[in-house]
Design a binder for this molecule. Structure first.
Ligand SMILES: C[S@@+](CC[C@H](N)C(=O)[O-])C[C@H]1O[C@@H](n2cnc3c(N)ncnc32)[C@H](O)[C@@H]1O
Length: 188
């Protein structure tokens, strides 16, 4: 059965299916559901006795899942949580999982929505939270953390091995300038 196609093109979908080799009746876990592009491809192979568990911490991914679920040719379930929490839950339940994959990164839905604060091209507040109901925004981090902690974060999590305190300082200055511009435009 071919599912409805959308303009979202998942990355390396054929390669993913080839490597995982999903079979009818298996239990598959998509740890980073996003727009569901990979899940749709895998679901086609699982058939009515198969189960696809979709995980994502972003509430928009759940909306996307709700749109797609009725078209999936297998049984499905969505867990809105970080994959660490969701996988612990599945382990507690003792679900026998045959295949699992992680497509780590940012989804096109997140990048293309300026107010989510992931876009490099849109003039929007720096947010960058995968779950907008949790944690602090990138703007708060840049404004409140000292340069040493920012530089370490860029190096360790951004894979920017040449990050220095002066890069972090420039970033903090740019953020303060942006905040000032926003406040002055609100006043006028
Ligand atoms: C690159 S997108 C996945 C795209 C997806 N494979 C598709 O075909 O549409 C990555 C997704 O992982 C989610 N994500 C990132 N870190 C996560 C985490 N720790 N726990 C759960 N979901 C996470 C993001 O919210 C995003 O929707």
């Amino acid at each position: 059965m071919l599912l409805m196609r959308t303009d979202h093109v998942p990355v390396l979908a054929n390669e993913l299916v080839a490597v995982l080799d999903p079979r009818a009746g298996e239990v598959a876990v998509d740890a980073t559901f996003g727009a569901g592009g990979h899940s749709r491809e895998i679901a086609e192979k699982l058939g009515p006795d198969g189960l696809l568990v979709a995980i994502d911490r972003d509430p928009e991914a759940r909306e996307r899942y709700d749109e797609l679920a009725s078209e999936m040719p297998c049984q499905t379930r969505f867990i809105e949580a970080s994959f660490a929490e969701a996988l612990a839950e599945l382990a507690r339940e003792g679900l026998p999982v045959d295949l699992i994959w992680f497509d780590l990164g940012v989804s096109s839905m997140q990048i293309d929505t300026p107010e989510r604060g992931f876009s490099y091209s849109a003039d929007a507040p720096l947010d960058m939270r995968m779950d907008p109901s949790e944690g602090i925004t990138a703007a708060e981090i840049v404004a409140e953390w000292d340069e040493r902690r920012l530089a370490r974060t860029f190096r360790e999590y951004g894979e920017e091995r040449y990050a220095t305190r002066s890069h972090a300082q420039s970033c903090a200055n740019a953020n303060v300038a942006q905040l000032k511009r926003r406040r002055s435009s609100l006043r006028s």
